[in-house]
Write a protein that binds this ligand. Sequence first.
Ligand code: AMP
Length: 463
Amino acid sequence: MARYQRYYHVGKSPQEHRCKNKEKKMTSFDQFNLPPALNANLLAMGYTTPTPIQKQAIPLGLSGSDILGSAQTGTGKTAAFSIPMITRIMSSPRGSALVLTPTRELATQVMAVVNQLLGKRSFIPTVLLIGGDSMSKQIAQLRMRPRIIVGTPGRINDHLERGNLILHDTSFLVLDETDRMLDMGFGIQIDKIIKFLPKERQTLMFSATIPPEIAKMSAKYLKSPERIAVGSTTEVKTSIQIDVIQVSEAGKYEELMTQLQKRENGSIIMFVKTKRGADRMSERLNKQGFKADTLHGDLHQRKREKVIQAFRDMKFRILVATDIAARGLDISHIEHVINYDLPQVPEDYIHRLGRTGRNGAEGAAVNLISPEDGLKWRDIHKLIYPGQPAPAIPHGASPQRGGGGYKGSKPNGGGYKGKSFGKGDGSSNFKPAREGAAPGGKPAGRNRFKRFSGPKKATSQAA
Ligand code: AMP
């Protein structure tokens, strides 16, 4: 039997966060005196009011300051660094800018925003340098002397080493999601790349959190940086309704079926632990009549792009993903995040939830938590609600699965009899569900999906 709990996170949404000093008078992008073409493109993109991070970062970026910013994706961070970058490029016939991102997907998204901001009529050449993409195409584009280069550290180093890419006039550098780049082992690659850049430059560094190694890196690469932050980076958005379901590991798939039946509208992103597990899950869902596909690091770049595009175009409804592959995905119609497995790193929980409720839209998340997940859930809780008592960790890890289990837990033959998470934890950050809301229910919004008619067959085996 699964146990249900629903929470709403009472954090501030990005829109509600307020930057005390700089916000008062600024109501539109006109305030920044941007080049007219850029203003027109912003309008065409539907950006009329800067988000809090944009209000903070744009004037500082335009003034030439280095910036150390803590902000998650979903806050408008891309435009926050791209607007000063493009202004600088548009205002001078020389010089170029480089944006480093941890993943190919994020690089692709950043490039798309940059190209939109430049506009269709722009003559400013740009290039996207990511692994898995055609080398000869990239070399041809590099011959055009691109002035904005966006890419991942591995491929950029490749081009630098082969002499295809010259960065001696690159006086604007953005390090995006720096914490993730370090997590992914790109520290040395970044070091190497920065050696090719002139010392006289402007550097903007963004990171979801600023742990000591990021602070150290900032001291090395940034000059008297202005420090900006959008709220607490360990907050998820208000508009996300969170269901926590306690279930045995073996009962997860059946519970998933129940959840999918309840969640009739909107696209779903589901996170699993392993690449193989993602493939198996997607296969199984398809067999049962759900439209699903997979996104993970073993897929070739072209395949990954195809999957993302098909998901964007709503050709299928459920994207089964691993953490790295899905980081930074910006798809507005994702209404549900399903944590089939909890992430290894607590911070990834926040990134996962950030896939829904984009830019103030409503979203829902469901966590399927087995006794084996108890410690991970406690760490996530600690990160999101520092200082709050951690939820009770259930007993019940079976002896066979005890490898990652709990000290002192009582085997109970696999059946779950633990206590409810969060129950009685005194957390004031949670508030109960709206009265009358059905579990998993959401206000029906416009969407192009047919009503889900249910699986062909539900099984109780774990995927
Ligand atoms: P990001 O954090 O850069 O991934 O942006 C999150 C989402 O907010 C994207 O869909 C952007 O297109 C959108 N966005 C960013 N800035 C604005 C703005 N000023 N007005 C409206 N939408 C925005």
